[in-house]
Design a protein around this ligand. Structure first.
Ligand code: PMP
Length: 350
C-alpha cells in the first residue's frame, strides 16, 4: 500500500460474486448474468468485426450506438452516453457530478458498488433503509439536502421496484441529481427514460449485461439532458468503448426478435423457479428482475449457500445484516433450475 493514496487506503473493497477459474464446472446463479447466450446476429457481428480495422481506434463518442438507442426509445443521440458497463458510468458520476463537500444517498440494502465508488472518489454518503418488505421509501431521500441519490430500479439484491409515479413525484421535490439505475429494467419494463425530457436533474442508466446477455462485452448507457451528456463526454477516458463492444451492442439493439425471445424465456423460467422454490417452503421476495431473493425457515442462508457450492451450484450470500437471512439466486436455464431444485430438496431433507 506504499503508493496508495488515502482514498484508496480508506475505502471498502467491492466484492463481486465469485467467478471461479473452472467456471464451466459450476451452475452459476450468483451474478445475475443472463443464462442464454447472445443471439446469432450478435455473435456474427462480433466475428465480422474481428478484422483489420482493429488497428484503428474506435469512435470516441460511440455515435452509431447512441443514435440507434435514441431512435429506438424516442430520444435524441445528444441525450445518450455509452459507458464501459454501467459501472463506469457510476464512477464518472462520482468523479464529475458531485463535489467532495456534498453528500450522496443510496438505498440499503442495494448495489454496494455505489458505496465503494463514492469512497474511492472521496464522496460522503448516507444510506436510506428500504421498508420491511424491501419497498422503497423515497421520503427518506428528502430528509436531508442530498446532492445526489442513486436508486437501483428494480433494486439489487431485492428485485423490488419503485413505481414511475413515485419517481415522478419525488423529482418534483428533490433538488439534487437523481440517478435511476435500470440495469434490470428490460425484464419487466416500467422505465424512467421518458422523464429525462422534463427533468434536467435525472440520469437513467441501462446495461447490456443482463437482458442482452452481454456481461462480457461491457456496455452501459446513460440517458440525461444534453448538458449532462456533454459532461460525460468530457470526463470519460478517450476511447472508453472498444470496437468489438460497439459492434456487438449495435447488433444486439437491432435484433429485436432475438431480444424478445430471450426475455420471454427468462420470464417463463423465473415463474417456474419461483413456483418450485415456494413449493420447497422458501419465502420468495417478489422480484421484477432476473433473480430472486429467498429464505427458508429450516436452514440458514449461509448453510444453503455452502451446501449448494459443494454441489457445484453458486448462488449469492451476503453478510450484510438486512439480507444475511437470504440467498439471491439468478434465474437459470430450465436444466439449471431443475438441478438447483433437486439439490435444494436433498439439502433441506438432510
Ligand atoms: N447496477 C446494478 C443494480 C447491478 O446489479 C449491476 C450488476 N451487478 C450493475 C449495475 C452493473 O452493470 P454493468 O455490467 O453494466 O456494469
Amino acid at each position: 500500500m506504499k503508493f496508495w493514496n488515502s482514498k484508496l487506503k480508506n475505502s471498502t473493497e467491492y466484492i463481486p460474486g465469485e467467478q471461479p477459474g473452472d467456471v464451466d464446472t459450476y451452475i452459476k446463479l450468483n451474478t445475475n448474468e443472463n443464462p442464454f447466450p447472445p443471439s446469432k446476429a450478435v455473435l456474427d457481428a462480433l466475428r465480422n468485426s474481428c478484422n483489420e480495422s482493429l488497428r484503428r481506434y474506435p469512435d470516441p463518442e460511440a455515435k452509431d450506438l447512441r443514435s440507434a438507442f435514441a431512435a429506438k426509445n424516442g430520444l435524441k443521440a445528444e441525450n445518450v452516453f455509452v459507458g464501459n458497463g454501467s459501472d463506469e458510468i457510476f464512477s464518472l458520476i462520482f468523479r464529475g457530478f458531485i463535489e467532495g463537500t456534498q453528500t450522496a444517498a443510496f438505498p440499503y440494502p442495494s448495489y454496494s458498488l455505489y458505496n465503494t465508488l463514492a469512497e474511492f472518489n472521496g464522496i460522503k454518503y448516507e444510506t436510506v433503509n428500504l421498508g420491511k418488505n424491501f419497498e422503497y421509501n423515497m421520503d427518506g431521500f428528502l430528509k436531508k439536502k442530498y446532492s445526489l441519490a442513486v436508486i437501483a430500479n428494480p433494486n439489487n439484491p431485492t428485485g423490488t421496484l419503485c413505481g414511475i409515479k413515485d419517481i415522478k413525484s419525488f423529482l418534483g421535490k428533490f433538488k439534487g441529481l437523481l440517478v435511476i439505475d435500470e440495469a434490470y429494467n428490460e425484464f419487466y419494463g416500467d422505465t424512467a427514460l421518458d422523464l429525462v425530457e422534463d427533468f434536467d436533474n435525472l440520469i437513467v442508466t441501462r446495461s447490456f449485461s443482463k437482458s442482452y446477455s452481454l456481461a462480457g462485452l461491457r456496455i452501459g448507457l446513460a440517458v440525461a439532458c444534453s448538458d449532462i451528456i456533454k459532461g460525460f463526454l468530457k470526463i470519460k477516458d478517450s476511447y472508453n468503448i472498444d470496437r468489438l463492444a460497439l459492434a456487438g451492442a449495435l447488433a444486439a439493439l437491432n435484433d429485436t426478435k432475438g431480444f424478445n425471445y430471450n426475455i420471454q424465456m427468462l420470464r417463463n423460467n423465473k415463474e417456474y423457479m419461483e413456483e418450485m422454490l415456494q413449493a420447497l417452503g422458501f419465502t420468495v421476495v417478489p422480484s421484477r428482475a432476473n433473480f430472486v431473493l429467498v429464505k427458508h425457515g429450516k436452514k440458514k442462508a449461509l448453510e444453503l449457500y455452502e451446501s449448494l457450492k459443494e454441489k457445484k451450484i453458486l448462488v449469492r450470500y451476503f453478510t450484510s445484516p438486512a439480507v444475511s437471512d437470504y440467498i439471491r439466486i439468478s434465474v437459470g436455464t430450465m436444466m439449471e433450475i431443475k438441478t438447483l431444485v433437486k439439490e435444494l430438496s436433498v439439502i433441506l431433507e438432510a
